[in-house]
Design a protein around this ligand. Structure first.
Ligand SMILES: [Zn+2]
Length: 158
């Protein structure tokens, strides 16, 4: 048998009259839903029972259980060209609930499940009291200026 040919199939066109392949059309139109479906299939293959969030909003897309373990999962689309460990940042709600991120690359079919990066947290600067976004949990000052001034003060008083 020779390779399958799609040449005899009727060519689909967009509303603008341009020909499209059905796969490509669906890939763009229902990307999120397709990714979630692929994620559920992958989880089923891993032996999980899978429950989907019907609403389109919320911190969790999928709840999966296996051997008494309950996993909250947010599905994250990965850029087709990305490779290696890429982390997305959890929201505070996701982090508190221990949500895991399932990364899916629709182009390559690669799927991985892991912990998200911790959320950015807003904290008051130890010196000036202004609220700032902590990039690291040990960060105490809103700016380099405040950090330097705090160092100066501690040298004088210590
Ligand atoms: Zn400050």
């Amino acid at each position: 048998m020779k390779g399958t040919s799609r040449g005899s199939q009727e060519q689909q066109v967009t509303s603008a009259g341009r020909p499209v392949t059905a796969d490509l059309f669906l890939l763009h139109k229902h990307k999120g839903a397709r990714n979630e479906l692929a994620a559920t299939v992958w989880l089923l293959d891993q032996g999980y029972e899978v429950f989907r969030n019907i609403s389109q909003h919320g911190a969790v897309d999928i709840i999966a259980t296996r051997n008494g373990e309950i996993v909250f999962i947010d599905v994250k689309a990965r850029h087709p060209s990305s490779t290696g460990a890429v982390g997305a940042r959890a929201t505070e709600e996701q982090y508190e609930r221990g949500v895991k991120f399932l990364y899916i690359n629709a182009a390559t079919g690669e799927i991985s499940l892991g912990d998200p990066l911790p959320p950015f947290v807003t904290a008051p600067c130890d010196l000036c009291g202004n609220l700032f976004t902590q990039k690291r949990s040990e960060q105490r000052y809103c700016s380099r200026n405040c950090r330097e001034r705090a160092k100066y003060h501690s040298r004088r008083s210590g």
